[in-house]
Ligand binder design. Structure first.
Ligand SMILES: NC(=O)NCCC(=O)O
Length: 385
């Protein structure tokens, strides 16, 4: 989209509505209103100085007699690339590292326990080009690569778990490239990794040129601050993908993404939120911001002229809760840190209330999926002719 980008849906609602009408529209669209979390002055000052946004919310649970509250502060970080895509790879990456350090420092000031970065955060989202060099040079070892080493220091320093979605080169196995999220513990060691399960072949998202679907299943990481899984970007369109992380015990499912307004924006606020409701867990949608232009033109396979940019990455990161409530979004245009204090006890409380797990009938669907996956499957249709 050319010209000035529209800033934020919630701000537009607040400009147009007020009083009881605003409260009712917000309740119906967003669920129970989440209280604001006070952001420490040092974080506000750092954000103002460096030109990013910090917002905070609190998602409560009922008090229980036998379980203490399990409060965890989740930080979702969204950002634009810093240097043009024509700069040397090492310089582009270093500039992003420096920016991410500012954002993580601010998250730490807000007491973040788990931080998740956006998909392929170390690089421009160059997969639209279908070119290999220089973009594949951003790929690195999940266990020992530069971004892992960089984040290990911050994780240890701030006692925070960090989810780092990168372009991985599996140095131990055929040097193949993967779209991977590395999980770094609050002590600074690599706990493990999860890979993207569903690879897009839509619009300019030509990612199947670079990497294949994960063979690692749906790992859930049991960390000092709760159990979570990572459903990378396009996987959010697949309800079964969310469901499998939840069945493996995830209380939080992160959805680090890179997606543009022209393609997916009307779906964005629905999919992660619906997954939180359906699976009795918290979900965290994180999307990059900005417009990234590439040196060479590429086409979108739709008959329109070749072009050099992808369109606008609309940010709008948010957290959705098991009870259907959600935070407002971060900006559509600015880098930002969204801090959400959640009480993980809400997962089981909502599970007991709505009972979707109890009524899910996995055995029925297991049989149906097995049949539907057969090449000679006949859909169950009853015809009126
Ligand atoms: N990165 C990625 O998977 N993007 C696909 C587009 C979308 O799912 O919105």
């Amino acid at each position: 989209m050319a010209g000035v980008e529209f800033e934020n849906v919630e701000e537009a609602l607040e400009k147009g509505l007020s009083g009881r009408e605003l409260d009712e529209v917000t309740r119906i669209l967003y669920g129970k209103k989440l209280e604001k979390l006070e952001i420490p002055l040092a974080a506000v000052a750092a954000a103002e100085k460096a030109g990013f946004e910090v917002k905070g919310y609190i998602a409560t649970a009922q008090r229980e007699q036998l379980r203490a509250p399990r409060k965890v502060r989740i930080a979702a970080i969204q950002n634009a690339i810093v240097l043009p895509t024509t700069y040397p790879v090492a310089e582009q990456r270093h500039a992003i590292f420096m920016r991410i350090e500012q954002l993580i420092d601010a998250a730490a000031l807000c007491g973040a326990n788990i931080v998740c970065l956006q998909e392929a955060w170390t690089m421009p989202f160059a997969f639209c080009t279908r070119e290999r060099l220089p973009w594949t040079e951003f790929a690195e070892s999940a266990e020992t690569g530069p971004s892992t080493q960089f984040l290990q220091k911050l994780a240890g320093k701030y006692n925070m778990v960090i989810v780092s979605p990168i372009l991985e080169r599996d140095e131990a196995k055929d040097e193949v490239i993967w779209n991977t999220a590395v999980v770094i513990s609050n002590k600074g060691h690599v706990i493990g990794k999860s890979r993207k399960n569903h690879i897009p072949r839509v619009g300019d998202f030509n990612e199947s040129t670079y990497y294949m679907e994960s063979q690692l299943g749906h790992p859930v990481f049991d960390t000092a601050f709760g159990k979570f899984g990572i459903n990378i970007c396009y996987g959010r369109h697949h309800p079964q993908n969310w469901m499998m992380y939840a069945l493996n015990g995830a209380e939080i499912i992160f959805n680090p993404s890179a997606t543009v307004g022209g393609l997916s924006e009307p779906l964005w606020g629905i999919e992660a939120r619906n997954a939180a409701i359906a699976n009795h867990c918290f979900t965290v949608g994180i999307n990059r911001v900005g417009t990234e232009a590439f040196p060479n033109e590429f086409t979108s396979g739709n008959g329109l002229p070749a072009h050099k940019d992808f369109g606008h990455f609309y940010g709008s990161s948010y957290v959705a809760c098991p009870d259907g409530s959600r935070t407002p979004s971060l900006s559509r245009t600015k880098d930002g840190v969204l801090i959400t204090e959640v009480d993980l006890n809400q997962c089981r409380q909502v599970k007991d209330h709505w009972g979707f797990r109890m009524t899910q009938r996995l055995d029925l669907y297991a049989r149906s999926f097995t049949e539907a996956a057969k090449p000679d499957y006949k859909p169950q249709i009853i015809r009126d002719f």
